[in-house]
Ligand binder design. Structure first.
Ligand code: NAD
Length: 281
């Protein structure tokens, strides 16, 4: 069994970005919008802000009160769309219930949509052509597969989870690499039987330790996207690592696997959008 090391792979990406930004007179810039006081969102936004600075990317965090209206938020996005000093716009999700998330994401200019959630970028990924930016978590999974020379071509990839931010774009990306892709979800019958036919099993459910060794084929590659915290604050993946690891050929740990890659891909996307906007890509 080989442990897929997200931290080391992410560090390589950060180092590469840093080397590139060092030579730039005008630095790339990302604006991150956060609404309300969700503690997890605050932690994520702080991490993104800190990491951006470390790799030579300017970061602007814009905080709004929980009660901001749809119109006010959309107008801020318009302002950022028209601001040439901002290359990338990210709206930290989830948003409070009174806001229409889809409409807000749709307002971001696709060329500044660093999360790759805008329907234009999502559509491009779905039809297998290059988007301005692809969603960071699935992009992180694909980067890890690439780094470990795991070629999805011809393999049966099973994804448990059907979210728009992780599972669906990942399915398209794996399909573009010629994998045979199956998406499973909470209503899937015979989940265990399907999962145990996977050459590459990706789990993104948010159900701590739900995947045990009977879900896993001998020699499978297992990618764990899940992050949940128990009451003591300990982080768990969706895969019962100790139970599953020895059956796998490659496996990602939690923490230190996919999660470590997400911010790296965000920074990579920011630099990419900067280059696209300057006609350098
Ligand atoms: P989500 O939370 O929107 O949805 C969960 C999905 O899992 C649904 O499609 C549901 O059908 C499926 N599901 C739930 N219980 C199931 C079960 N028992 N059997 C089969 N399918 C089941 O999905 P998401 O936003 O992709 O998040 C999934 C997990 O990934 C969460 O733990 C989240 O925190 C984590 N996540 C991690 C990163 C990262 O950077 N590593 C990024 C995004 C999400």
């Amino acid at each position: 069994m080989i442990l897929i090391d997200g931290k080391t792979t992410a560090k390589k990406v950060f180092d590469k970005i840093k080397t590139e930004t060092e030579n730039l007179e005008k630095k790339p810039a990302i604006a991150v919008i956060i609404v309300g006081n969700d503690p997890a969102s605050k932690i994520y936004v702080n991490r993104k802000h800190k990491k951006a600075k470390e790799v030579g990317i300017n970061s602007l965090v814009i905080e709004f009160d929980e009660n901001i209206s749809q119109e006010e938020l959309e107008s801020k996005i318009n302002e950022l769309n028209n601001d040439d000093s901002i290359n990338a716009i990210l709206v930290q999700l989830p948003l409070p219930k009174h806001l229409n998330t889809y409409r807000i994401i749709e307002k971001i200019l696709p060329i500044k949509d660093v999360d790759g959630f805008h329907p234009e970028n999502a559509g491009k990924i779905n039809i297998g052509i290059e988007a301005y930016a692809a969603p960071c978590t699935p992009l992180g999974v694909m980067t890890l597969l690439d780094e470990y020379k795991i070629n999805p071509e011809g393999k049966h990839a099973v994804i448990i989870g059907r979210s728009n931010i992780v599972s669906k774009p990942l399915a398209s990306m794996l399909l573009s690499k010629n994998a045979t892709v199956t998406i499973c979800h909470s209503k899937t019958h015979n989940l265990k039987e399907i999962a145990s036919t996977a050459d590459i099993l990706v789990v993104a459910t948010g159900k701590a330790n739900m995947v045990t060794s009977d879900y896993v084929k001998q020699g499978a590659v297992v990618i764990d996207v899940g992050i949940s915290r128990d009451k003591d604050g300990k982080i768990h993946g969706d895969v019962d690592f100790d139970n599953v690891a020895e059956k796998t050929s490659y496996i990602t740990p939690v923490p230190g696997g996919v999660g470590a890659m997400t911010i790296a891909m965000l920074m990579q996307n920011t630099l990419r959008l900067y280059k696209i906007q300057r006609g350098q890509k």
